[in-house]
Design a protein around this ligand. Structure first.
Ligand code: PBG
Ligand code: ZN
Length: 323
């Protein structure tokens, strides 16, 4: 008790603060999302995400080289095909945009891990994460397509498969499909806890994946629910997930902690597009110190219990950490 106890003793200098620091961010923890589109020589800025671009297959490998050189261990690839249809057929085309990008990146960046987002919304003409039957997304019919997509990513050379669709049973379906085809060593990083969030707005501009009608509330989680996050996590682990994810991150730090407390599997936090754009906008206006707010936000995700962070700030953070 005061005056015997004085917390300020352990805060007095930078050295003692370093010594008693509980959590740290490292470039080892970072995953950088990358958008790949059709065309040649494309490096097209995304309006709502300053500093983030869409790349064509020929320019993406240069970008990934830079990412690897910064010490970032992994990228998360999203494909933006020019042809979209009702069943998202470009998602499982062996010569689709993601499949070609994987092969191009693997040639140049031997040690960079390639994680692929497996979902239908970037590939369907209606923008939903699965196939439509009547006025809703048909869960079981979608599973077959997700399996084809996951397998075609693995065949192209993807290191980790990350399903983000929120269909029930997709982890076990994909696990079975991969195993039957000789990819029993390809890990699945499941978007286990994914909320129906307005923070995905800028991403949908980037990936051209805004649903043409309705919303994603019949498959993504209700932001009001906390216990359900545990249920979703345990379900995906039982189905064979190797790693689990909570998404979004900043407005859901309590959920990251809840999930951390119930599993020893590696846990990822997805610092989503809207979280990125808010910080970038305030920093551009000079209202906050962007670099400091970025590092404090990423650290908060680690403190909440995340092992790794998927973030559009990965390059900036790696540069700051390398200095
Ligand atoms: C695809 C997918 C989305 C995001 C990642 N994968 C969009 C969505 O579910 O609508 C969002 C990522 C972000 O906002 O940065 N299902
Ligand atoms: Zn989707």
């Amino acid at each position: 008790m005061f005056p015997i106890t004085r917390s300020r003793r352990l805060r007095a200098t930078p050295a003692i603060r370093r010594l008693v620091r509980e959590n740290a961010l490292s470039s080892d923890d970072l995953i950088y999302p990358v958008f790949v589109c059709e065309g040649a020589n494309v490096r097209e800025p995304i309006g709502s995400m300053p500093g983030i671009n869409r790349f064509s297959v020929d320019t993406v490998s240069g970008e990934c080289n830079e990412i690897e050189k910064l010490g970032i261990p992994a990228v998360l690839l999203f494909g933006i095909p020019s042809h979209k249809d009702a069943t998202g057929s470009e998602a499982y085309n062996a010569n689709g945009v993601v499949q070609r990008a994987i092969r191009a990146i693997k040639k140049n960046s031997k040690n960079l891990l390639i994680i692929t987002d497996v979902c239908m919304c970037e590939y369907t003409d209606h923008g939903h994460c699965g196939v439509i039957k009547g006025d809703s997304v048909d869960n079981d019919a979608t599973l077959e397509l997700l399996c084809k997509e996951a397998l075609s990513h693995a065949e192209a050379g993807a290191d980790i498969i990350a399903p983000s669709d929120m269909m029930d049973g997709r982890v076990s379906a994909i696990r079975k499909k991969l195993d039957e085809n000789g990819f029993e060593l390809t890990p699945i990083m499941s978007y286990a806890v994914k909320y129906a969030s307005a923070y995905y707005g800028p991403f949908r501009e980037a990936a051209e994946s805004t649903p043409a009608f309705g919303d994603r509330k019949t498959y993504q989680m209700d932001p009001a629910n906390r216990r359900e996050a545990i249920k979703e996590t345990l379900q995906d682990i039982a189905e064979g997930a190797d790693m689990v994810m909570v998404k979004p991150a900043l407005a859901y730090l309590d959920i990251i902690r809840d999930v951390r407390d119930i599993t020893d599997l590696p846990l990822a936090a997805y610092n989503v597009s809207g979280e990125y754009s808010m910080i970038m906008a305030a920093a551009e206006k000079g209202w906050i110190d962007g670099d400091k707010v970025i590092m404090e936000s990423l650290l908060s995700m680690k403190r909440a219990g995340a092992d790794m962070i998927i973030t559009y700030f990965a390059k900036t953070a790696a540069r700051l950490l390398n200095n």
